[in-house]
Design a protein around this ligand. Structure first.
Ligand SMILES: [Zn+2]
Length: 292
């Protein structure tokens, strides 16, 4: 009797696990899709922090950001570490980069990693990776196992930096204004399909609007409020700023992610809607968005 009950529970769990995993893995079966790993705002609250996978014909080719919790979501999404051509990091706040060691722990071989140049207060990509995985790094256990091909994006450059051009996938990066934090946004082009990631930014760089012009999907980090004041406005764009950017750039769909928990979401979406009337998706963890 007791054994039978246990078996029933185990079978039930297996069924639930299998069913859920196959539903999530369906994101990448064909074409280009965006999967949100973490949709949470700067300080979490029930969602994983920032992270995304770009699926191309069923293969998890590109990952953007690796905030806390994305390691778990990456595996829940059925993504494959060995399939990644690129890990693109927007900046070195923990909610965008804290899970890098956890993610890379099982990885062997070579992996391209992109990220920003440094400042007195923040490491460059090279310093970040060296501090973690270099010969004297805290995770030097990985030093001989994985070879990281670092592409540092000069955040002061006027023109976008090419970070990947391989197998029909082109990824470019551009510095974005996020207070005093060196940060970059990314654009991914696969044939006619295109998507872009704003990173955290205040939306004041007109060159970024040009950079993302005409993309099918633009993921923006919706951490600011219309009523934000002080330092926050230097870090995060107001909703109306995102709306105007999406309209000016003619994006096909806007995805709101990095949604901070302490905002009035309905009110802020209303402010965005006053400037943008196109397709809109509010992200959740593991959400799959076809790019078309
Ligand atoms: Zn940030």
């Amino acid at each position: 009797m007791r054994t039978g009950a246990c078996v029933g529970v185990v079978i039930g769990l297996l069924f639930l696990t299998t069913g859920a995993a196959s539903a999530w893995a369906a994101c990448g079966d064909s074409g280009v899709s965006l999967q949100v790993l973490g949709s949470g705002g700067p300080f979490g609250a029930g969602r994983a922090s920032a992270g995304y996978v770009v699926w191309i014909d069923g293969v998890s080719r590109v990952m953007v950001d690796a905030g806390g919790g994305t390691f778990v979501r990456f595996h829940e999404a059925d993504a494959t570490l060995a399939d990644l051509d690129l890990l693109a990091l927007s900046h070195f706040h923990p909610d965008h980069a804290a899970d890098v060691p956890a993610l890379l722990w099982p990885r062997g071989g070579e992996l391209r990693v992109a990220g920003p140049s440094g400042s007195p207060a923040f490491p460059s990509l090279g310093d970040f990776l060296g501090g973690l995985f270099g010969p004297d790094g805290v995770f030097r256990i990985l030093n001989n196992r994985v070879t990281l091909d670092a592409v540092t994006v000069d955040i002061t450059a006027d023109e976008p930096t090419d970070v990947l051009s391989e197998g029909g996938v082109r990824v470019r990066a551009l510095g974005v204004p996020h207070g005093s934090v060196p940060a970059v946004g990314y654009r991914v082009d696969v044939g006619d399909a295109s998507l872009a990631f704003s990173s955290d930014q205040n939306g004041s760089n007109a060159a970024f609007t040009d950079f993302v012009r005409g993309v099918d999907v633009l993921v923006v980090h919706f951490a600011g409020s219309e009523t934000s004041t002080g330092a926050v406005t230097d870090l995060h764009a107001r909703p109306s700023v995102w709306g105007q950017m999406a309209t000016d750039a003619g994006v096909g769909r806007l995805v709101l992610s990095h949604v901070s928990a302490n905002q009035d979401l309905d009110e802020n979406v209303g402010h965005l809607r006053a400037r943008y009337s196109g397709p809109l998706t509010i992200a959740s963890d593991l959400l799959c968005v076809p790019v078309e």
